[in-house]
Structure formats: structure tokens, C-alpha cells
Design a binder for this molecule. Structure first.
Ligand SMILES: Nc1ncnc2c1ncn2[C@@H]1O[C@H](COP(=O)(O)OP(=O)(O)OP(=O)(O)O)[C@@H](O)[C@H]1O
Ligand SMILES: Cc1cn([C@H]2C[C@H](O)[C@@H](COP(=O)(O)O)O2)c(=O)[nH]c1=O
Length: 219
């Protein structure tokens, strides 16, 4: 990661916490300050990744083996890294990614119960040393996020899980934020949108003040 010149920012959180809504706000804020950036998402971000997303989110009659789910997520991630994330970072752009590997720790390990060692092995294999520089965790009680997500209509395969699944997901995210406190910014997403966006503006302002001058020096 040190050799790359861009900044890799991931946005994480449970269902319906407001990632999509707030990524638009982050994008607008940074673009208005002249930051060249790429906004992308996982699973997805490439044609193959979007196909894998469709398969993963589709409700199905068979249950999906947690390991099959994890491997599909990392297959999409490998393509996404090679075709989108790494080239953008190498070109000096900021990458804002709606979910990344922390989601695999939260959902496949925390939620589904897979050993976190399996996620770590794939993380090392697929990403090498590449890790996000910053992670914005939008945190809200699972029930709040689910109510918001369910207000949007038909539920995908993940959204159909029980509340306890999303409570495990949330607890895993909070644990990751404690373990990696230098990388994580915790945002209280249970607040009204205006307050969430105020918190995000403050963080974006700090990141911009810290990183934009360094990147100009590198050019
Ligand atoms: N702070 C907030 N207060 C109230 N409603 C909000 C807030 N943030 C987002 N919402 C609303 O909640 C719904 C879900 O938001 P959004 O789609 O941005 O969440 P998301 O985290 O991307 O969801 P998912 O991960 O399930 O796709 C939207 O209708 C959005 O307008
Ligand atoms: C990257 C990633 C994603 N997921 C799950 C989490 C969500 O339910 C869906 C993605 O849809 P959203 O619109 O971003 O909410 O995929 C996962 O379980 N593990 C992952 O690594």
C-alpha cells in the first residue's frame, strides 16, 4: 500500500444504516474540493463482481454454505482489486468503497459463524498487503437499520436473516473498530441524516487537510 499514491476509504455498517445515502454526500464533498475519486462497491464494482452480487443477494430455496458465500465474495474482490481499486490507487485517486473485507469478518465470520482465520487467509491471499487506509463505520442498532432497509420493499437473501444475525454483525464491526482504532472512524448513524452528514463532513475535512497536500507533493 505504501507504494500507492491514492487513498483507500471503505464505508461499512449493517443493513440500512445509510451507506449509499452518505457515500453520495462524501463524494460530493470531496469532488467539490477537487479530489479525483472513484466510488465503487462490494460485492460488485466490475461486470463479474456485479454478476456474483446478483447470485449472492438473490433469495434461494437452498441454503448457501457459508464457505461458498465467502469464496464467492473473495472471487468478486479479486476481480475488483485487479480491475478497479489498484489501478485507481496507482493513478493517485481516492477510492471510496461501499463495503470491503471487514464486511466478510462481520457477516461471514460474526454473522454466519465461520472461523475468522478463514477470512484472514483469503484476505492475505487475495489482497497481499493492501488494506484500507480509513474505514468509516456507520453504526446504528440492528433494528433501526433493518426498519430502514425493510421500508425500501422486497428483501434480499441477507436482509431476510433474523435480527440476532444482524446483532452479531454489528458487534463484530464494533469489535473491529476497537481493535483497529487508528483506521476506524465511528459514526452514530442512528441520528437524523443532517447530524450524520455533519459528522461525515468533519471527518472528510480532516482527511482532506491531511492527505491532499501530501498527494500534491507526490505528483
Ligand atoms: N440517518 C438517517 N435517518 C433516517 N433515515 C435514513 C438515515 N440514513 C439513511 N436513511 C434512509 O434509510 C434508508 C436506507 O438507506 P441506504 O440505502 O443509504 O442504506 P444502506 O446502508 O446503503 O443500506 P443497504 O446496506 O441495506 O443497502 C433510505 O431510505 C434512506 O433514506
Ligand atoms: C462485501 C460483503 C457484503 N456482504 C453482504 C452484506 C449485504 O447484505 C450485501 C450487500 O448489499 P448492500 O447493498 O451493500 O447492503 O452483501 C457480505 O455478507 N460480506 C461481504 O464481504
Amino acid at each position: 500500500m505504501q507504494a500507492m499514491r491514492g487513498l483507500f476509504i471503505t464505508v461499512e455498517g449493517g443493513e440500512g444504516v445509510g451507506k449509499s445515502t452518505n457515500i453520495t454526500c462524501i463524494r460530493d464533498y470531496l469532488q467539490a474540493r477537487g479530489v479525483a475519486l472513484v466510488v465503487t462497491r462490494e460485492p460488485g464494482g466490475t461486470p463479474l463482481g456485479e454478476d456474483i452480487r446478483t447470485v449472492l443477494l438473490q433469495a434461494r430455496r437452498e441454503t448457501v454454505a457459508p464457505m461458498a458465500e465467502l469464496l464467492l465474495l473473495f472471487a468478486a474482490r479479486a476481480q475488483h482489486l485487479r480491475d478497479v481499486i489498484v489501478p485507481a490507487l496507482e493513478a493517485g485517486k481516492w477510492v471510496i468503497c461501499d463495503r470491503f473485507t471487514d464486511a466478510s469478518y462481520a457477516y461471514q465470520s460474526g454473522g454466519r459463524g465461520l472461523d475468522s482465520g478463514a477470512v484472514r487467509t483469503l484476505e492475505n491471499l487475495v489482497q497481499g498487503e493492501l488494506r484500507p487506509d480509513y474505514t468509516l463505520l456507520l453504526d446504528a442498532p440492528a433494528v433501526t437499520g433493518l426498519e430502514r432497509a425493510r421500508g425500501r420493499g422486497e428483501l434480499d437473501r441477507f436482509e431476510q436473516e433474523e435480527l440476532v444475525f444482524f446483532e452479531r454483525v454489528r458487534n463484530t464491526y464494533l469489535q473491529l473498530a476497537t481493535e483497529s482504532s487508528g483506521r476506524y472512524h465511528l459514526i452514530d448513524a442512528s441520528q437524523p441524516l443532517a447530524s450524520v452528514q455533519q459528522q461525515l463532513h468533519t471527518i472528510c475535512e480532516q482527511l482532506h487537510a491531511c492527505w491532499a497536500p501530501r498527494q500534491q507533493q507526490l505528483r
